[in-house]
Every structure is written in C-alpha cells, then in structure tokens.
Design a protein around this ligand. Structure first.
Ligand code: RNT
Ligand code: ZN
Length: 415
C-alpha cells in the first residue's frame, strides 16, 4: 500500500472526488500520438525538406531516418507513457519496397501494411492525414489551386487517403480519424479571397463524393489562421472549416496554435460540442506564434482538459498531439507531451466540477475563486504516481534515465 496515495485519496474524498474512479477513467482516455515528432515531419516518400508554412528548428542528434528507426523510437516513447494510445500517421510515411514508388495520388493500403502490422501487434488504433505539403505539386496552392491538374492531383490524394483510412479501421477494428489540413494561403494581401475558398470547397465536395463508411472513418477538417509565408490569408480559415464541416457532416478540428494569440481553444470546446456530434483536437503549445512547442502541463493545457472532462463527452472528442521540436531529444519530447497531456486530464478528473458549477450558478463567486485556487495545490502528484505504478510505467523523472541510455546506445549511433 502506498501511504502517499492513501493520504491523497482521503484528501480528495473530502471534496467529493473518488480517486479510484479518476484513475480508471484516466487509463481509458485515448491519446493519439503523432508519428512526426520522431523525424522532424520529413516522412519517407521524398528527399525534399518540410514545406507548407510549418517548420522544425534545432539539430539534435538521433532523428529517425527509416521506418524501422521511427518504429523503434515510437516503441521507446510509448513504453514511458502510461495509458491508451493511437498512432497518428501522415501519408508521407508510406513505406515502399525497394525500387518501388507511388506518388501521393496513387498511394494504396499496401504502402501502409507495415504500419498496420506494427499497430496490430501493439493493440494501437491508427489515425491518418493526407500530406498536402513537402511535395513539388505543393509549391503553390493545393486543394485550392487555380491549376486544374494540380487541384485534381490533390483531390485524388485525399481520396486515396480515405481508402487507406478505411483499411486502417478494418484492420485495427477501431475507427480512423482522418484529418484534412491544407497549407494553402498567401503571403501578402490577396486580390481574390473568394476564388481559392470556392475551389477548396469544390475539391472537398469532389472528395466526399467518394463513398466511405462514416462509422469507420471520421473525416476532420483543421483550420488555420496563418503560417510561415502565408501570413496574410489562409484558405482554410476557422469560419470556412467550421461552416463546411457542419454543413457536410464532417468533424471540426481545432489546433490550439491556430488562432489569434489571445483566443483560447478551451473557450471554444463547449460551443462546438453543443453543435456537433464529435470534435477533434490537436493539442500543441504555441509560444508567441504557432510554434508547435512540446505540450507541457501549463494553464491552457489544463483548461482544455478541464473542458473535455467537464463536458462529460470525452468519448466524442478525438484527442491528438501535434508538436515537433528538433532541438531536444525527440523521444523525451514525445514522452513529455504524452505525459503532460495525460496529467492535464488527471487534473481535470480530480476537479469537483458539479460543486464548482453550483457555486457559479448560485453566484458564489468568492467561494468559487477560493476553491479553484486551493485545488491547484491538492496532492495530484500522489495520484499520478499511483496511476503510473498500476500501469507499470516509471512515475517520476526516472524515465529520463531510460531515454538517456537509449540516446547513448541507439540515437547517437545514427550517423
Ligand atoms: C499545421 C497543422 C497540421 C500539421 C500536421 C503535421 O499547422 O497543425 O496539423 O502540424 O499535419
Ligand atoms: Zn495541427
């Protein structure tokens, strides 16, 4: 028996929280782990660099260069992250046989068979993303291109991705979340804002004309406010994606780096949950801009988790991580992000939402503030450690020793 946990359990019981229930719910929460932290979003289908207005910075040694290396790294990171996960792949992570190549519009399920085998062996679900960047045909606009040949190429790519997503769902027995995000936009003041959006809409209509099983594939649409080189205008703005998603039965996806700096996703979750059956999130950390820093246990991450848990609809929310830092050990980056977001969920599960709501509704705002502040120093750490112990994962900072050993034995030998 762990005395610290027993004491914490008592303390939480005093405010009406059952820590056993919190631990059980925390273990069931599924976080989708993004494969792209491991190799700086490069993928395996081209030699070119990352494009699309997103960027990794840093040159830390040990980047995964092959599918085998990336899989090995994912295993290492997952072994240090307690709880249930899915694996989130991008189309550019296709794995070809020697001498084989298929362009993005010709991708087939077989190009992801190795990922499916990897996921099945580990009981992981799979999520997917068309890759409308880092490609010669993505130098200008993609799904909103005025060039019909280019636009059609990307329409065919996304259609291929829907077939691959359905294959993932069939093979894993779990639904696949397929997220459409395009980097399309303009650096300077547009002459025509309507045209690109009209073509994006047309492309989406064409894509959705392809039948797919909505119980197996959840298509999400991610908005964005700006990117590097597309500062003045993005085609897939918040209004466009929200409107298109609700009019066409898609799931809206909010990335918390994709809004104006004083806007917060924690304030948007309730609205979208009331108006949509499902919701998807990219949990990231923007520092001054959409910088995709590693997710930490900061106030907004906790507030996002609070909204998810308090809504009572965690099962309707696809929670995925989306960050990429090349300046630190990449395995540690994954582990910090995965653990921090799960800690944020624990913090939310240990919050007496009904009590706080009653204070709000009865206008007892002083008491509400007092309780909210006192909650911040409740013994959550002891509950986290108990959760990790039950999950067979190192609770404290000791996990970093494993990463350090792996860095010496594996990562530093990748030269
Ligand atoms: C870019 C979007 C998008 C990507 C990934 C790699 O701003 O956030 O989700 O980060 O698809
Ligand atoms: Zn994102």
């Amino acid at each position: 028996m762990n005395a610290l946990y027993e004491a914490a359990k008592q303390r939480y019981a005093e405010i009406g929280i059952d820590t056993e229930e919190a631990i059980a719910k925390l273990g069931d929460a599924v976080i989708s782990m993004h494969c792209w932290q491991g190799d700086d979003v490069l993928g395996f289908d081209s030699e070119g660099g990352l494009s699309g207005g997103i960027q990794t910075t840093g040159n830390y040694p040990g980047r995964a260069r092959t599918p085998d290396e990336l899989m090995q790294d994912i295993d290492k990171a997952l072994s240090l992250a307690p709880g249930k996960h899915k694996l989130n792949l991008h189309a550019c992570y296709a794995i070809f046989e020697k001498g084989e190549f298929a362009d993005r519009d010709a991708l087939e399920p077989k190009h992801f068979a190795k990922w499916v085998a990897f996921a099945k062996e580990r009981g992981l679900g799979l999520d997917f993303n068309p890759t409308c960047f880092s490609h010669p045909k993505a130098e200008g606009l993609t799904l909103s291109s005025p060039d019909e040949a280019i636009r059609t190429f990307w329409v065919n790519h996304v259609k291929a991705c829907i077939r691959i997503s359905e294959y993932f769902a069939d093979e894993t027995g779990m639904p696949c979340v397929m997220n459409i995000w395009i980097p399309d936009g303009l650096k300077d003041t547009p002459a025509d804002r309507m045209g690109p959006r009209a073509r994006f809409k047309k492309s989406l209509d064409e894509i959705l004309a392809q039948p797919y099983d909505k119980k197996k594939v959840y298509i999400t649409l991610e908005s964005k406010v700006f990117g590097i080189g597309v500062e003045s205008y993005t085609v897939g703005s918040a209004e466009f994606t929200l409107g298109y998603a609700s009019a066409n039965g898609l799931v809206p996806l909010m990335d918390n780096g994709h809004y104006h700096p004083t806007e917060v996703v924690s304030d948007k979750i309730s609205s979208l949950l009331l108006l949509n059956e499902k919701l998807a999130l990219h949990v990231t950390r923007g520092v001054r801009w959409d910088s995709d820093h590693v997710v930490r246990l900061d106030d907004e991450t906790k507030e996002i988790a609070k909204e998810i848990v308090a809504s009572g609809r965690m099962d309707d929310i696809a929670m995925a991580l989306d960050f990429f830092d090349a300046s630190i050990n990449r395995i540690a980056a994954w582990v910090v992000g995965l653990r921090s977001f799960r800690k944020a969920l624990l913090s939310a599960l240990l919050t007496p939402h009904a009590t706080l709501t009653a204070l709000q509704d009865s206008q007892q705002f002083t008491k509400l503030m007092v309780l909210q502040e006192e909650l911040k120093t409740m013994p959550m750490g002891a509950v986290w450690e108990e959760f990790c112990a039950r999950q067979g994962v190192v609770a404290g900072e000791g996990w970093f020793d494993t990463v350090t050993a792996y860095e010496n034995d594996v990562l530093l030998k990748r030269v």
